[in-house]
Design a protein around this ligand. Structure first.
Ligand code: HEM
Length: 428
């Protein structure tokens, strides 16, 4: 079986944005694909990446087994550029355990309360940055859902918002060009933010302990997971579990909500129908905006050499390599019309008509296969609720200069807007 280096082209002069300065990370890989076709190797930062874009290659990608080609390890390799080691080590409740059915009901109740607080902050009218608004909303909903008592209000909330905005794991793929400076500083700012988070959670835990807080709230489940430990270990462990869960929640959801609001504001006909209560249309709009805003690099770290079908033949990808594909180079271009925002293309959580696609796996908002997003139903319900409430309460008028652009260096997750995205609003 040939190794990729025996049979595949190596894209010379191309690197990933953590390793070399790149103006537009997605455009750099798009250029390599134009020159070399759907399967090629990128050597970057001492590592090998096999990029795959063919229908068979992408299908092979989604069927890779975690034991041999790991998403968890690939994510860790990316996030550790931004997050100190101790955020990962020894976690007991992981972000993947967040989505039991009753959990989602409680998160949505917290979102409803967070929207109440947002309306109080917004008042009757003014101008606000749309993505800053959705980010703050996400912090409030998330911290009410999985941090301890008092963490979504007052000074404790403000301290956590400031700290999590510094300790934002998604910087690793939104601002990959900043990671060399993070490493050079020894993660000084990130470690200070982590200490601040630990302090606030410790205060909150004291409150929880003194009121004999119990129940099935996620925070109580985290506390139970550490029940048998000595006080110091327990306190630290709880704080780090909360930190990693909140960081995971910050990756995509509130940016996706920002794009959904942007797209509805520029499509007032659909906005009117959504505001009138058409939840199905709202869900389709959420999926459509998320599809278009996808900048995700999907990556798997090869743990044991694995046979991979590129579509042009089989190769044996060695241990230590990364196999990857890039959603923005597929989602909007694998069939005619995909560059347009058209919510009608979705039916429930799937594309209504895939016959024009060489493979249905070439287009996605929440992924395919075994690693597809466990938070999809929750995220769509949350986006739908927030879109309906915010746009139902306020008339919003764009005050931005042209449709927002994604951060050019971003290579992962849902796009962040490169420029401010102000919107004028008045109560309807
Ligand atoms: C609009 C919001 C979101 C979008 C567009 C999104 C997108 C995705 C995608 C595309 C994947 C698959 C990645 C791959 O195959 O490499 C994924 C996986 C995952 N997402 Fe989400 N996500 C969203 C919200 C969330 C939230 C709020 C959480 C949790 C706090 C979350 C937790 C996860 C986890 C734990 C996985 C990994 C699942 C596994 O490996 O089996 N996601 N997400």
């Amino acid at each position: 079986m040939p190794s990729p280096l025996d049979v595949l082209p190596v894209a010379g002069g191309v690197g990933l944005p953590w390793d070399i300065a790149v103006d537009d990370a997605v455009a750099a890989i798009a250029g390599a694909r134009e020159r070399h076709g759907d399967t090629f190797v990128v050597d970057s930062g001492g590592g090998h990446y096999l990029f795959t874009f063919s229908p068979t290659g992408v299908e092979s990608f989604y069927s890779l087994a975690e034991e041999t080609a790991s998403k968890g390890v690939a994510d860790f390799l990316m996030l550790r550029r931004k997050l100190p080691e101790e955020v990962f080590a020894g976690r007991r409740l992981l972000p993947s355990s967040l989505f039991r059915r009753d959990d989602v009901t409680s998160y949505l109740a917290n979102l409803d309360r967070a929207l109440d607080a947002t309306e109080i902050e917004l008042g009757e009218g003014g101008t606000v940055d749309l993505f800053a608004l959705t980010r703050r909303l996400g912090h409030r909903m998330g911290l009410a859902s999985w941090a301890g008592p008092g963490c979504a209000d007052g000074e404790a909330f403000e301290r956590l918002v400031r700290a999590f905005d510094v300790l934002d794991g998604s910087d690793a793929f939104v601002h990959p060009d900043a990671m060399a400076a993070v490493a050079a500083s020894g993660m000084r700012a990130e470690r200070a933010a982590l200490e601040e988070i630990a302090e606030v959670i410790e205060d909150s835990l004291r409150q929880h302990d003194s009121t004999l807080g119990t129940g099935d709230r996620l925070f109580s489940r985290i506390v139970s997971a550490w029940a048998s430990e000595a006080p110091d270990v327990r306190t630290r462990g709880i704080a780090m579990d909360v930190a990693l869960i909140h960081i995971a929640s910050m990756s995509n959801l509130m940016a996706a909500l920002g794009w959904a609001l942007v797209d509805l504001i520029v499509h007032p006909d659909q906005l009117d129908i959504v505001v009138a209560g058409d939840r199905e249309l709202a869900t389709r709009c959420a999926l459509e905006s998320t599809r278009l805003a996808q900048r995700s690099i999907m990556a798997r770290a090869v743990l044991e050499s694995v046979v991979f079908d590129t579509g042009a033949g089989l190769v044996e990808v060695p241990k230590g390599w990364i196999i990857a594909t890039l959603l923005p180079l597929l989602n909007t271009s694998v069939a005619a019309g995909l560059e347009e925002w058209d919510p009608r293309r979705w039916h429930r959580h799937r594309l209504a008509d895939t016959h024009a696609l060489p493979s249905p796996m070439l287009v996605t908002a929440f992924g395919h296969g075994r690693h597809s997003c466990p938070a999809q139903p929750f995220s769509l319900a949350a986006m739908t609720m927030a879109m309906t409430r915010l746009l139902g309460r306020y008339d919003m008028t764009p005050a931005w200069n042209g449709y927002p652009r994604p951060v050019p260096a971003q290579i992962g997750g849902v796009a962040r807007a490169a420029d401010p995205c102000p919107v004028g609003y008045t109560v309807r």
